[in-house]
Ligand binder design. Sequence first.
Ligand SMILES: [Ca+2]
Ligand SMILES: [Ca+2]
Length: 426
Amino acid sequence: MKKAAIALCLVAILCLGANIAWAQNDVDAQIMQLKQQLDNLQKQIDDLQKAQSQKETSPAVQATISNVAKLKKIKVSGYVQARYESYNTPGGVADTGDNRAPDNRFYVRRGRFKITGQPTNNSIGVVQLDISGYDRTRVESKDLYLEYHPWGVGARAPFFLRMGQMNWPFGYVIERSSTAREVPERPKVFAGTTVNLPTTPFFNGLFPGERDKGICMFNTEGSKAEWAMGLFNGTGTKAGDPGASFLENGGRFEDNNTGKVLVGRIRYPFTDNFHWGTSLYSGTQAVRTVSNAPAAVMVEQTRWGTDFQYYLHDASIKGEYVTGKEPYYSNTTITPNGTSGTNRTVSGWYLTGVKNIGPKHQAVAQYDVLDDKAMATTFGKLTTWNLGFIRFLDDATRLKLFYEINNEEKNSVSNNGLRVEMITVF
Ligand SMILES: [Ca+2]
Ligand SMILES: [Ca+2]
């Protein structure tokens, strides 16, 4: 029995060993099979990757990728400001048929498009053209500048640089686009004016065209004080010849003397809803003492200004004062005798109140004053009320109704008028 048991055990052990050997063979076969499958899969992945990389490197695909990347960095925007105006015609003024006649008309005050490109993290280029400005005989260049942000666009840093043709960094209203302003035109002391009578002096404005060519440093985003300081030609974009004034030089945009003007402003939010700023402009202008003089004399040209903005829950009050020394020009419409080549004082201010009436309406009142020494004897101070109502038709379009009351201190002229405007920003 004992022997039999031992034999049985031996048989059992042998059988078990054989089974283990068989099982081992089976696992090896499975591993081999899996390895084969893995090799096949790896080959398929390699083939796919090869095909994919061939696709990606094809010139057409590369060009498309590059174009899409470029398009992402270019932004096109613009606005159209279409109007109907009806102004009182001063007595004795014939209908001259030009588009400045003080009559009633439809016209497009501004039709602009702007291209902003940001090719890299540090550089920006801006081109803005007006194809329907006051001088409708030509397309007018507005913004033409580049920006270099040494620390990157949008980064909080000591400053960034702008060079080219840009807004003078002076005061508040000069740098506020028509898309942001409530009153259709800037106050007279900044933008200029005429009383709408022929052969009477007109005022070019202390900042005709609101722009000049130069180089300027600006604060970056995140700075509490809003500041800018730059050097400019001083002639603006609408005068280049010595003594030539607004629109009198056929659109040549050069400097008229070697001196450059220093322009700067700083604005500080004393509280969240009260901001106060001050601005400076200092330089010279070349002026001919008589219109056919072979050489010009240098006349000091200065401006100093202060502005504030006070924001309430559903209203705002904004004001600005500016005073400056401006040369008498020899070839403005009327030359004050013996004054060309000397200075006169020009000053003015405005106060604008805006009240929101619900989410879709605003009531606006603006009072502005122009005190130009050159008009002292003819009309004295010019004051204007702009009373208006704005309806937001949608997020992009506003309908504006404004009545303008123009008062002359002396020799009153009938020149009040109605403006109906639609402006769309896109
Ligand atoms: Ca100059
Ligand atoms: Ca009047």
